[in-house]
Design a protein around this ligand. Sequence first.
Ligand code: ZN
Length: 209
Amino acid sequence: MGDSAEASRSDMEYYSNHITKLIEQLSRLPGVGAKSAQRLAFHIVNMPADQVKQLADSITGAKANIRYCKVCQTLTDQDVCPICANVKRDHKVIMVVENSRDLAAYEKTGKFDGVYHVLHGAISPMLGIGPNDIKLKELMQRLQGDVEEVIIATNSSLEGETTAMYISKLIKPTGIKVTRIASGVPVGGDLEYIDEVTLLRALEGRVEL
Ligand code: ZN
């Protein structure tokens, strides 16, 4: 790793400023190493100008138009996301997930007809992420409405479990039923990478906390 990063840094001295800048920007993206950033940068400069414009426009367009749903906090381009706006969903059952990708994973199963709440993270004392750093206040506000069950579907990582425990302690006194998805979900595994059958089993096998 160190070696290839060193090599590419000196390689960059031969490139034009514009390409160097592009490579630097791309290499800041998650999962893009120095070599991938170079490959992508050269691919982009060789693309037809209109395609490059479309790519750039979709990046700035997404950033400018995407916001948090007023109700569930998922990323959406409307004030209220299509799931929260759907009257056919069961608004009394709220599934709490860590991020919008986890929401998408459950939606793909097509078997959950409740609504969601997206925390945008998990509590991690080690990383200095506390309850106020995730969308927990917003969840507690929703619980003042007519809610029958909160299903906690945070990951089975240490952070996910810490978050689940914290939330259940907060909700218990309200008398609302709190459940946790069954463990069957690989430890530390991101929900988005788990197949639909496993997700459904985890949902159906949920236990009351
Ligand atoms: Zn929503």
